[in-house]
Design a protein around this ligand. Structure first.
Ligand code: HAM
Length: 519
């Protein structure tokens, strides 16, 4: 069997990974200048955290999460597994014994599970209590009339009992994080960060997971560089500064031709009325919409504005714009954001359809579209989420704003524009002769102490072969160490790009190599 990375995930190999490191390092440096500190978050959290914050009706939660049940192995789990894997009975010679064993096993499972439920070791939900009661009854019935039934009938009951056992939830339902804003807010509340002075500014770098249909720029494990600002103020200058930081970072990594789109989607005072208005307008044109948009009329009419279907575009163009339905406070907030962006010389374009696919946003939303990416061209998305801290049980006064950059897409765009990472090998030591080897080991150590990247072949090779390998490895220099060099107490160093060759003492060699690295 040949193993391969599963669909939608991939390996990032050197030298490309060096480019990733450079980009992530730039983010750390830029964010630090704005007072952000790194938060390292868990990769999995309770599914409920994402359901509550991102929203049940969103694609992310309703169809893209990798959820699983988490429980500790215990006697009850062992019995559950034994019940579930119990083989089908086939032999007519002794059809009773296996079914009796199954009923013993299942009865033992039921009493262990009941004990665990009573002690709270498995969730004491009404569903679990009801299912367990049913399993108990079914196992009792199964056992009582075991001998009166044929093999096929008993096998069928075994299958039914197994199905029923599968319905019991043995632990928390967890999910691989599809995004990190919810986790940051969870951590903010958990650690009482609202008591910290000023704003809490956090950034994160790491993988996220969504079961999307893979294509260029869209993966099931993808990476984000994100930042969140939480605190008592919702001043639009904070929104502008967050965007400024983001653009600073893009400039630092030489991402050119990116476009910033902004919008305001109102708040709980004005958005509900707009959503109703939108719903009413969409009802009128329902027949002209595709199935997804039709469904969204009920579940989430704002998401219709996100539709990319060409036949829906003329219809969407005629829908009412939220900007015309903002309350005074939201209108003023949005106007001030635009003034703040202008005062920072930040170019933007307004896009009234920018509603974003997560439910926690209010007021400011923004997105950055990068060049060279095809249809998956949003390289960053973000916005304000003032009610989220309260929704997750934190202080109502805390406001929040942030963004996440899709690192995979950023890298694609940079590579499309010609960014590459070189092989980092600086020195290849070509040695020959048994005595030369210890000297080569000592030299390698010395060069590495000076942070030079060194390749030391483990086996002796003829110089010609060795130099050829040095070339193919992309080394910048080859240091030649043979009997002549040993006798003279010198090293021959060859610059592989142009063949320039010189003989140097150890001190001279060190100086030459370290200088040429910085040159
Ligand atoms: P998002 O728009 O869902 O927002 O994701 C942000 C960015 O992650 C997208 O613009 C895109 O570049 C990248 N991305 C999303 N899904 C994929 C995928 N399947 N493959 C590759 N890249 C992807 C959020 O996640 C919010 N948490 C952003 C935020 C932070 N809002 C406020 N704070």
């Amino acid at each position: 069997m040949k193993f391969q990375a599963i669909k939608g995930v991939r390996d990032i190999l050197p030298p490309e990974s060096a480019l990733w490191n450079r980009v992530e390092q730039a983010a750390r440096e830029v964010f630090q200048t704005y007072g952000y500190g790194e938060i390292r978050l868990p990769i999995f959290e309770p599914t409920e955290l994402f359901a509550r914050s991102v929203g049940l009706d969103t694609d992310i939660v309703s169809k893209e999460m990798y959820s699983f049940e988490d429980y500790e192995t215990s006697e009850v789990i062992e019995h559950r597994n034994a019940v579930l894997t119990f083989p089908e009975t086939v032999s007519p010679l002794d059809p009773i014994t296996p079914f009796r064993s199954f009923s013993d096993l299942a009865s033992r499972f039921v009493s262990l599970a009941q004990e665990a439920l009573d002690a709270g070791r498995i969730p004491r939900t009404p569903e679990n209590e009801a299912v367990l009661r049913l399993v108990g009854q079914e196992v009792g019935q199964f056992r009582a009339y075991l001998q009166n039934r044929g093999i096929a009938e008993n096998n069928l009951l075994v299958v039914q009992i197994k199905e029923r056992v599968r319905e019991i939830k043995f632990g928390d339902v967890l999910a691989l994080r599809p995004e990190a804003t919810a986790s940051v807010v969870r951590a903010y509340i958990e650690h009482g960060m609202h008591t910290q002075p000023g704003n809490v500014k956090l950034y994160y770098i790491g993988p996220m997971f969504r079961r999307e249909r893979p294509q260029k720029g869209r993966y099931r494990q993808f990476y984000q560089i994100g930042a969140e600002l939480l605190g008592p103020s919702d001043d639009p200058s904070l929104d502008a500064e967050v965007i400024e930081m983001l653009l600073d970072f893009f400039a630092r990594v030489n991402l050119h031709g990116a476009k910033l789109y902004i919008n305001s989607i109102g708040d709980k005072n004005c958005r509900p009325a707009y959503v109703e208005l939108l719903r009413g307008e969409l009802q009128k044109v329902r027949d002209k919409l595709g199935a997804d948009s039709q469904r969204r009329i009920e579940t989430n009419p704002l998401r219709v504005l996100d539709s990319k279907r060409s036949e829906e575009q003329p219809i969407i163009d005629r829908l009412p714009h939220i900007a015309d339905h903002l309350c005074d406070a939201c209108r003023e907030h949005y106007a001030e954001l635009k003034r703040q962006l202008a005062s920072r010389q930040i170019d933007y374009e307004e896009n009234w359809r920018l509603v974003r696919g997560l439910d926690y946003y209010m007021r400011t939303t923004f997105e950055i579209i990068a060049a060279g990416l095809g249809s998956q061209n949003a390289v960053c998305g973000g916005g304000r989420y003032d009610g989220l801290v309260e929704l997750l049980g934190g202080p109502a006064a805390t406001k929040g704003i942030g963004f996440a950059i899709g690192t995979d897409r950023l890298m694609l765009s940079l590579q499309e524009a010609g960014a590459t990472a070189k092989c980092g090998l600086e020195v290849y030591i070509a040695w020959m002769g048994a005595q030369a080897y210890p000297a080569a080991v000592a030299l390698a150590r010395k060069l590495r102490e000076h942070n030079l990247s060194v390749e030391l072949p483990a086996q002796e090779m003829k110089f010609g072969k060795s130099l050829n390998l040095a070339d193919r490895l992309g080394a910048r220099f080859a240091v030649i160490l043979g009997e002549d060099e040993l006798a003279a107490g010198q090293f021959t160093v060859k610059r592989l790009a142009d063949g320039d060759q010189r003989k140097l003492s150890e001190a001279e060699l060190l100086e030459y190599l370290t200088k040429s690295r910085t040159a």
